[in-house]
Write a protein that binds this ligand. Structure first.
Ligand code: B12
Length: 467
């Protein structure tokens, strides 16, 4: 038994992604499992702790290991700094990298020798097994013992020649076993964090996760590679117990359901609404749903009932107003689904937080005009909000592979990934500058006509890839 440091590297405040900090469910979930197994998890979150480097350097010295977590993008820079702080001040303490980015870019991370072990996908079982291993053996390097832990990738000390003739460290992957162990575990232990330090004068938001994974194959999205298109959800009764407890304990303004797609199981949504009704609860909830699911859902339940139990805003990844683009993205949905789904939410008085991706590979001016015409039309609806992104290829996605070939062994340094952002400069992919400038012009016109429709500032033009 011993202390494990969990560093949350995602910092949406520094990139303008958000105006308030978000509870890092990644390390909270892992920390819950570690504490239940008798270890002492210590969460250090760079969003709320300006002295995180010093604290990390101090706390790491007597830890079993330091675990770091982030998504692809600018937050990788925080994780690289965290790794450096640990290497400088607590040399010899094992380093473990988990979360979305590491799950996909693990080969490059390991070959850069940044950490000892990468945890791929759900990390609860592996995090506990690694802590047990270090507590017992004092180190993390025995390939035979590591080989028995699911969801790991590590170097076994041997070298191999890649297809292109380059000699690299051999990387071993263990069985991608435990898929959604959070489903079996006790509710997330929010006391691992000072929850109310995430509240601002603007909003008191608490993040919560009710399901895991996503069955859809969208080519731009990281989920198919991390969840292997599987899905698991907590039962309706447990979800309502959990959100009701969070609502009374922390008295937030809203609870954000962070499920990749809350509506994967339509019946579960209906059950959750009915359970909230049965208990006479109205809890302000936000969730992600696919437009096509909303259309289906409306056939089972009047969406006004969702609004009445508190579903106040639904995030919908609409992506494009061109069916040709939706097809190329393997979105498994049509523009008609988007129009119907958004209108249904609007009619029920629910805020529609829509998300759009511009300058997709192969997108023509005609495709773009269709998208711009659609967003302009939707902007007339009451409570329509829009987030506009420029396409950024993420590792392990079909669209990345279509552009660059297999991402598995592309050897891209993490410093490059750290300069990849859907809102600003990208050292991975700058797209077509003229196309982007044209889109920005159109979005400025939209903004002038509907000043409140944009949920955040417009994306910026990318720097050239080779800058
Ligand atoms: C919440 C969320 C956010 C929040 C993050 C809040 C926070 N403090 O973490 C906000 C809104 C800030 C955000 C921002 C972005 N996000 Co986001 N986000 C999500 C969302 C909805 C849920 C993530 C989550 O909390 N899941 C629940 C936790 C429990 O799962 P998890 O993190 O995977 O953790 C498990 C394992 O990975 C592992 N694990 C994780 N960390 C560690 C650490 C250790 C040591 C160990 C052992 C294990 C481990 O164990 C955990 C439990 O099983 C997802 C999912 C989705 N499909 O929409 C997208 C998603 C993760 N986001 C995504 C993207 C693209 C972004 C942005 C990059 C977008 C942009 N503008 O460029 C930004 C980046 C912000 C930044 N500065 O880094 C992509 C990920 C792409 C990628 N390859 O990383 C996703 C998958 C969306 C998508 N469909 O493409 N996001």
């Amino acid at each position: 038994m011993g202390k494990v440091i969990l560093f949350a590297g995602v910092d949406p405040l520094s990139t303008g992604e958000s105006t308030y900090p978000w509870h890092p469910l990644s390390v909270l979930t892992v920390g819950t499992a570690l504490r239940a197994a008798g270890h002492v998890p210590v969460v250090i979150d760079c969003q709320i702790d300006p002295d995180w480097r010093a604290r990390l350097a101090q706390e790491a010295r007597d830890a079993l290991y330091v675990g770091v977590s982030c998504m692809t993008g600018p937050s990788i820079g925080n994780v690289l700094d965290a790794i450096e702080a640990v290497r400088d001040h607590a040399p010899g303490i094992p380093l473990v990298w988990g979360g979305y980015h590491a799950s996909l870019a693990y080969r490059s991370i390991l070959r850069e020798r940044l950490v000892d072990v990468v945890v791929r996908g759900p990390g609860e079982v592996a995090a506990v097994a690694l802590a047990d291993l270090v507590a017992k053996n004092g180190r993390i390097s025995d390939p035979d013992l590591l080989g028995q832990i699911p969801n790991l990738a590590f170097r076994d000390g041997r070298r191999e020649i890649s297809g292109s003739g380059v000699v690299t460290d051999r990387v071993i992957e263990t069985n991608y076993g435990s898929l959604a162990s959070f489903i079996e575990q006790a509710p997330v232990d929010y006391t691992l964090l000072p929850v109310d330090r995430y509240f601002t004068s603007e909003v008191r938001d608490v993040s919560y996760l009710s399901s895991w994974g996503c069955p859809h194959p969208c080519g731009f999205c990281s989920e198919p590679a991390t969840s292997l298109r599987r899905w698991k959800g907590l039962p309706a009764g447990r979800v309502v117990d959990d959100v009701a407890r969070l609502w009374t304990t922390y008295q937030p303004d809203q609870i954000s359901l962070m499920d990749p797609n809350f509506s994967t199981n339509i019946q579960r949504v209906v059950d959750i609404v009915e359970e909230l009704e049965r208990r006479g609860l109205c809890i302000q909830l936000r969730a992600n749903m696919r437009a096509k699911d909303i259309v289906q859902l409306a056939r089972h339940i009047d969406l006004a009932r969702l609004r009445d139990v508190g579903f106040s805003a639904i995030f919908v990844g609409c992506e494009s107003g061109s069916d040709r683009m939706l097809e190329r993205m393997t979105k498994n949905a049509t523009v008609q689904d988007t129009i119907e789904g958004i209108r249904l939410l609007s009619d029920a008085g629910i805020v529609q937080l829509t998300s759009w991706i511009h300058d997709l590979p192969g997108e023509t001016r005609e495709d773009n005009d269709l998208t711009l015409a659609l967003v302009a039309e939707l902007a007339n609806l009451p409570h329509n909000r829009q987030k506009h992104h420029f396409f950024t290829p993420f590792p392990g996605t079909d669209m990345y592979e279509a552009l660059f070939g297999s991402s598995e062994d592309d050897g891209r340094p993490q410093r490059d990934w750290a300069r990849s952002d859907t809102y600003a400069a990208s050292s991975i992919w700058s797209g077509r500058p003229e196309f982007r400038a044209h889109v920005l012009g159109q979005l400025q016109t939209l903004k002038a006509a509907h000043p409140d429709v944009l949920a955040r500032s417009l994306p910026r033009l990318a720097e050239p890839v080779d800058s």
